[in-house]
Design a protein around this ligand. Sequence first.
Ligand code: GAR
Length: 191
Amino acid sequence: MGFNLGILISGRGSNMLNIVNASQSGIINSKVKIVISNKINSQGIKKAKKKNIKTKIINQSLYKTKTNFEKVLNNSLIDENVNFICLAGFMSILSPYFLNLWSNKIINIHPSLLPDFKGKNAVKQALEKKVKTAGCTVHFVDEGVDTGKIIDQEKVTISNNDDEEMLAKKILKKEHVLYIKVLKELERKLL
Ligand code: GAR
């Protein structure tokens, strides 16, 4: 069994592309029904289009309230029969209104070993704290910032010479593996 996925992005879209590739090559059973960006110049949208995935840009900055934006977002997902949402570099906090509509049906990937280093610049925060191990987490999305129930994590060892860019790159590689692993686990639970 698989999900009808909606993937929400804001930028580069490498996690999104990785999920699309896994779906199109049959590594996961889920189908990506639509990729939506809340930013107009998201690179990820071009990448999804190249893969023949339906895309939509909903320019969040044009909406007076978050709820107005989220109503359009919700309708766009419903129109494509989406039943599960993956956040992949989606840099907007979803409101309780939207989360209630999609209770336990939204997951996110974050570049830290949560509950450590929530929010923005997670990789930088880890380097500043001089921790030895970094990583990434996939978690259910709740009303807090990166506070929802943790599903799974991958660790990354920090080397002495790692700068933010190098570490972020190492973590991203693990993110791609982790996101697919989690989707497979969740698909199995659907059975
Ligand atoms: C990823 O590293 C993801 O974990 C992070 O943004 C990047 C998006 O990259 N997300 C967050 O920091 C969320 N708090 P991508 O657009 O190439 O997938």
